[in-house]
Design a protein around this ligand. Sequence first.
Ligand SMILES: Nc1ncnc2c1ncn2[C@@H]1O[C@H](COP(=O)(O)OP(=O)(O)OP(=O)(O)O)[C@@H](O)[C@H]1O
Ligand SMILES: Cc1ncsc1CCO
Ligand SMILES: [Mg+2]
Length: 263
Amino acid sequence: MSSIASVLQQIRSQSPLVHNITNYVVMNNTANALLAVGASPVMAHAKEEVKDIVTISSSLVINMGTLSEKWVESMLMAAEQAKLTKTPFVFDPVGVGASAYRTEVAQMILKAATPNVIRGNASEIMALAKLTNSTKGVDSTMDTQDAIEGATLLAEKFKNTVVISGATDYIITGDTVSKIENGNPLMARITGMGCTATAMIGACLGVEENAHLAATAAMAIMGVSGDMANKKSVGPGSFQMNFYDSLYDITPDILAAKVKTNA
Ligand SMILES: Nc1ncnc2c1ncn2[C@@H]1O[C@H](COP(=O)(O)OP(=O)(O)OP(=O)(O)O)[C@@H](O)[C@H]1O
Ligand SMILES: Cc1ncsc1CCO
Ligand SMILES: [Mg+2]
């Protein structure tokens, strides 16, 4: 079995508990996507419990989509606890660069603990790397290949894995650049597909220690499921429903056969 396919196999056999501190917009979508693929989501952000939940989880997802002061406190506590318990952690810097507050919070989270993986769209990755600021709200205004320089700088600085999502997904660790070329434009016409990609990276990190492989497998699962859903859909509404069915239907063999990658 290919290594990407074996990550999906492990999600199915281990059903990793994925702790999400994510935004109000996508909480339901990402919990359903994790369940559909075979992982076990828990959404928990009260500061009274985040340390306990990090401690029992296989991985942690921090997504700064809808920030407020109390949530930021919890995000920082969770990141620090993940460092202590060596719980793998993925960070989604939603809309970084769109406001001074988002940029400040992203820097605070990165200081609290180094994420094993950072995933953003091209504008977010470039803003996080402080190279350009073209972040307009939460959607990208750039092609993913134009953010490779920013992703490479971040991956070098943090010695971790950085994912740029979009028409072509790039997964970058040191000198290794993997690409996933599945998926379709409908995926950007539904809110939270990027947040779902980040949650999927969380699921993969929960079963696979190699962060580059985990992130590549997650983007492959997203892309191939997107291709499968697209065949049955007429627009964003039916696509969203069919996407959950595809996450449920996709098998390690289908994934290995359909993934378009250089990895
Ligand atoms: N034009 C496209 N072709 C193929 N796949 C795409 C395209 N646009 C987005 N995707 C896929 O959709 C998913 C979300 O990526 P995107 O870059 O749109 O995230 P995002 O901007 O952070 O989204 P959000 O903030 O709404 O959650 C990824 O799996 C990506 O591969
Ligand atoms: C639309 C939106 N606004 C804040 S978070 C979010 C979900 C997609 O990132
Ligand atoms: Mg996003």
